[in-house]
Structures are given as structure tokens and as C-alpha cells.
Design a protein around this ligand. Structure first.
Ligand SMILES: [Zn+2]
Length: 216
């Protein structure tokens, strides 16, 4: 277990590398929104399942199960500073405007220590794909046409649609940062709200494993 940085309230943010670190890498991130704990649980379950079973992996998985520990601790969307971390990325479309307080993007891009820690890890490890896990209207949402192929793999057992448009703009989101700045594919898994862990695993666990075993 490694540390990518600290939360606004000073909690360490851990990540685990699964597979040979010389392989191409993808990120599996959960808990960016603290009131969506199911997205955190699926990443913990993936780490538990994959640990010690990575000999046939052709990608190294960077698993970040609790990206927003402050939010997860209080079951709120935002971090300890009241910032929506999925609007705080230094993407070229970052914008201070937001439709409600819980989408507050921060005073400026990368104002939050969580964002700075992840951005520096992304730029160091250069993943070909970032998958982040949430709950909402169930769907596999991708950013940019090059991400669609990964969304389709993840949707295989999912039972809900693949979408490109989530229905509203998301400036400063992880998806926009991957598209415009990192030039990596990005897919957002929106699990059903309050989904049971075993059901969530059947919906996406095997597909995430398939990506780890096939590589880019
Ligand atoms: Zn979310």
C-alpha cells in the first residue's frame, strides 16, 4: 500500500499496485464522492480478489479505494473543505460556476490536496485508462470517443446503458482532465444506488479483471 497524498483534514489517501509495475497501467478509483460508498467498496473488493492472483495480468492496476476519506467519513459528496473533488481537476474547461453548493469546484483548479496528489500520480504513471466508480442512475459513462471501447467491455454484464453524455456539463471533472490534459481514456461506472456488494461485483468485477488480463 502506498500513499498518494493527504485529504483536506489530513487523512492519508492510499493506493495499491496490482500486477507488474513495468506493465501499462490503468487506474481503478472509488469514493471520489463520499456519499457514494458503493463506489469505494467495489475497489476494495477488487483489491481483495486480485491480490496474489496477478500472474496473468497484462496491465498493472493502480487501485485507489477511498479517494475522498473526509467525505466518506461524513457520508457527504464533498471533501473536508466542502469541495466537489470531481470538479476540482485542472482541466482546460475548469469553471468556478456550479449549479448547487455540493458541486462547489473550489476557489481554483487543484486547490485541494487530494487533487494535487492524484494529478501528480497520474502524470508520473501515465495510465492508458482511468475508471472511477460512483452511484447514480445506473450507466457506464465515457468521456471522449477513444474511451468508448473500454465502456463497452465494462458494460458486458452491467445490464444498463453505455452513455457519452451524463446529462449536464462537468467542467473540472476527472473525465474532462483525462480527455483534455492527460490524453487518457476515462470511464465512469455509475452503479445503482445502495447496490449490494455481491451484486455490484457481478455487474463489473469480471469486466475489470478482463481489462487487467488483456491490457491496452
Ligand atoms: Zn459520484
Amino acid at each position: 500500500m502506498e500513499i498518494l497524498g493527504q485529504s483536506a483534514l489530513g487523512t492519508d489517501i492510499h493506493y495499491t499496485l496490482l500486477g507488474d509495475t513495468n506493465l501499462p497501467k490503468f487506474v481503478l478509483l472509488g469514493g471520489i464522492h463520499g456519499d457514494e460508498p458503493e463506489g469505494s467498496k467495489i475497489v476494495f473488493d477488487f483489491i481483495e480478489f486480485a491480490k496474489g492472483k496477478t500472474e496473468d495480468f497484462r496491465a498493472c492496476v493502480i487501485a485507489v479505494p477511498s479517494y475522498n476519506p473526509d467525505g466518506l467519513a461524513k457520508n457527504e459528496r464533498t471533501n473536508g473543505n466542502g469541495v466537489d473533488l470531481n470538479r476540482n481537476f485542472p482541466s482546460s474547461d475548469w469553471n468556478i460556476e456550479h449549479r448547487a453548493p455540493r458541486y462547489y469546484p473550489g476557489p481554483n483548479p487543484s486547490s485541494e490536496s487530494e487533487t494535487r496528489g492524484l494529478v501528480s500520480l497520474l502524470n508520473k504513471l501515465k495510465p492508458f485508462l482511468v475508471i472511477h466508480c460512483h452511484t447514480y442512475i445506473p450507466q457506464i459513462n465515457y468521456t471522449g470517443i477513444e474511451s468508448k471501447v473500454w465502456a463497452q467491455i465494462l458494460a458486458k454484464d452491467f445490464g444498463h446503458p453505455v452513455t457519452e453524455d451524463i446529462g449536464y456539463p462537468t467542467p473540472g471533472s476527472l473525465g474532462q482532465y483525462c480527455l483534455h490534459n492527460l490524453k487518457a481514456a476515462c470511464v465512469c461506472i455509475e452503479l445503482p444506488e445502495e447496490v449490494a456488494p455481491d451484486v455490484a461485483w457481478r455487474m463489473v468485477g469480471p469486466s475489470i479483471l478482463e481489462i487487467a488480463r488483456s491490457g491496452p
